[in-house]
Design a protein around this ligand. Structure first.
Ligand SMILES: Nc1ncnc2c1ncn2[C@@H]1O[C@H](COP(=O)(O)OP(=O)(O)OP(=O)(O)O)[C@@H](O)[C@H]1O
Ligand SMILES: [Mg+2]
Length: 328
């Protein structure tokens, strides 16, 4: 089942009342397009097209799925559809807004509100190239918003299970949105067929590697800790399966001390506990910790002073990266 490079839908195609403008991203499981609805409002349409299972040639609309792949393709399709349906019920400023979903070309499409911005991963990478890091006030602010959105997701009995900076999107006004619920297939009731979970090394909790461990809010909390760590270190934490063999994280935490408050480092450490019961058990706890220590800590003003252009504008809008804002 080698991964194939699938041809995107052609620009200008009309489908279910939407007009495709262009492809904006493609991953292993889907292709995302910018499109316009009948009123000319921009939407993002995500097409279910797992490249290991389905092949679409240039000029074709319907992908070819070989017989042996058909059953797995259909289970994934049902999950994608269910995920869309569950997400469509969630309306929260920090969760991507699902507007519609439809069938077509023998696959499924999820229509989302189009958000203009960039991923947190892009921001980490940009700063990392200059040897800079996100500052503490910014990290706290972003993750308070992410927790708020995820609380709503957990209330709907969904888990995300693939939280990482690449799936946290920042609007141009700096507010975060949680994206890509591709792995949110595991409901608390586990009444959907379980596909092989996807692991993103470093961000996946040890619970996901184990066949017997229960998944719950604590699993997403591990990934949130990992995402905060990635913001601070500009690289993911050690993968959970490797930590089981030799845990090098204590060394990495100590390297963060120069730029971040002990409170924030301890909080990240708490989220990244290998034992699920040793982590914060709810997002509310995490959110409260992020907010309550915000005023007490005097974060070192790292990185963002060097920002220019688009990033400077963003930093200005949300009031980060300047001494007065950081120490407020
Ligand atoms: N609602 C949206 N508005 C604007 N851009 C979006 C939206 N949803 C997704 N995108 C863009 O598409 C990219 C990929 O989206 P997403 O993370 O949902 O899919 P993916 O990682 O390709 O999924 P998979 O790994 O399941 O194939 C995002 O980083 C972002 O650039
Ligand atoms: Mg993604």
């Amino acid at each position: 089942m080698a991964a194939q490079n699938n041809a995107p839908l052609p620009d200008g195609l009309e489908i279910a009342g939407y007009r495709i403008v262009k492809k904006i991203a493609s991953g292993g499981f889907s292709i995302v397009y910018l499109a316009y609805d009948a009123d000319g409002i921009a939407v993002a349409i995500k097409e279910y097209l797992p490249s290991a299972l389905a092949l679409r040639q240039p000029g074709e609309l319907v992908p070819v799925i070989s017989k042996p792949n058909l059953a797995v393709f259909r289970i994934g399709l049902k999950c994608f559809f269910e995920e869309g349906r569950a997400l469509a019920k969630i309306s929260h400023p920090n969760v991507v807004r699902v507007l519609n979903f439809f069938r077509g070309n023998e696959t499924v499409y999820m229509v989302m509100a189009y958000e203009s911005g960039h991923s947190l991963q892009e921001q980490i990478a940009r700063l990392g190239q200059k040897g800079s890091r996100l500052n503490e006030a910014f990290i706290r602010q972003i993750f308070i918003g992410v927790c708020a959105g995820l609380r709503e997701v957990h209330t709907s009995k969904l888990l995300h299970l693939d939280l990482k900076p690449a799936n946290i999107y920042l609007r141009t006004d700096g507010t975060p949105i949680v994206l890509d619920f591709g792995a949110a297939r595991q409901t608390f009731n586990a009444d959907v067929p379980k596909l092989t979970p996807m692991y993103t090394p470093g961000f996946a909790p040890p619970d996901l590697y184990s066949k017997t461990a229960a998944l719950g809010p604590w699993s997403d909390i591990y990934s949130l800790g990992a995402s905060m760590f990635a913001c601070m270190a500009a690289s993911p934490p050690q993968a959970a399966d490797q930590r089981k063999i030799e845990d090098k994280m204590p060394l990495y935490y100590s390297k963060l001390e120069a730029n971040y408050s002990p409170e924030l480092i301890k909080l990240v450490q708490w989220c990244l506990e290998m034992d699920p019961l040793a982590r914060p058990q709810s997002l509310f706890t995490l959110q409260k910790e992020l907010a309550s220590t915000r005023k007490k800590t005097k974060a070192a003003p790292v990185g963002t002073e060097k920002l220019t252009g688009r990033w400077r504008e963003l930093a200005d809008k949300i009031g980060i990266g300047r001494k007065k804002a950081v120490n407020k």
